[in-house]
Design a protein around this ligand. Sequence first.
Ligand code: ATP
Ligand code: MG
Length: 381
Amino acid sequence: MQDLLLVRYGEIFLKGLNRPYFIRALVRKIRYAVRGLGAEVWVSDGRIFVKGFSDLETCIQRVTQVFGVHSVSPALEMPKEDFDAICDQAIAMTRDLKGTFKVMARRSDKRYFMNSPAINEEVGYRILQANPNLKVDVHQPEHAVNIEIREKAYLYVREIPAVGGMPVGTNGNATLLLSGGIDSPVAGWMIAKRGVQINAVHFHSYPYTSDRAKEKVLDLARKLSFSCCGIKVFVVPFTEIQMAIHEKCPEEYTTLIMRRYMMRIAERIARQEGCEALITGESIGQVASQTMQALGTTDAVAEMPVFRPLIGFDKSEIIEVARKIGTLEISSLPFEDCCTVFTPRHPATKPKLEKILEGESRLDGEEMIQRALEGTEMIRV
Ligand code: ATP
Ligand code: MG
């Protein structure tokens, strides 16, 4: 007898020619997730199994976070020949359950000496005899006792939901503008969940923002790194650009002009890294720089699509996801962001593009962008 983990993936991605590609990618990501646990991951009959792990709960905890996994079931593998042993095992697995249940047998080995309805009936009967707290309900059971007869017999009762999505790397690459706030890590996580490999760009305004503010951003990236299968973080020195904007541009437009420079620089890095889109953590109307008109002016400088997965989210909804993915605690640390240091007193909420362009014409934009790119540091987390 052996403990193993049965891994289920979503079905809609599996139709047609992409199926083997998708499964291979998912297996690689599961292997990455369980490294160090001594586990083996393999595919049989289009199903993914994990076996040989040192600790079941850790294995479950890790595999359920892999994008592309929809649920897992801890299962028991045993010889199929001894039917009494299978029944005893089913009884043991349901010993502590209460309420209603149903046995669901499946036979891929059609030569097996009992057919599925017969297995259902006999195992169901024995479970009922052994556990007075259970009743049969074949329509809406609270518990499903699954018995699969293949090469061997597989038994499982628990089905644990996982994160869903698609395996990272099956849907291209994108660059996340990662601040130390609550929103952008959530935005990156959501796009990565759709199978996109992400990297991150962070704008750092030393000495106005401290090294600890930068560390905080790296910690956020580290937190995302497990699900995202490694992230490259590009830390861009932004002080010169911010100071120039602060000195030369109309105060009410400084945040937006700064945002536009962030987009321009992030897009250059994205291209260099083979990315096809940018990601930000913006949501309509959350702050002055995120009114529709303001978003329009930042969008205008990007040639790539800009993904804003939080666009329709309330702050409370974003916080909920941040808590779930473990970034909230880090984001809530108090270190200042470069945006907060130079915040104008009355930012424009209905910005005029002409005014922005006029402000920008006072800057040596291209030279500053080049210097920022030259000073950029890449950190792999
Ligand atoms: P967040 O919580 O993600 O910081 P926010 O609500 O504070 O978002 P803003 O500060 O207006 O919003 O930033 C909007 C978006 O611009 C962020 O979600 C992020 O994608 C990007 N951004 C802001 N500051 C930085 C920075 N210092 N480095 C990289 N990206 C940034
Ligand atoms: Mg912010």
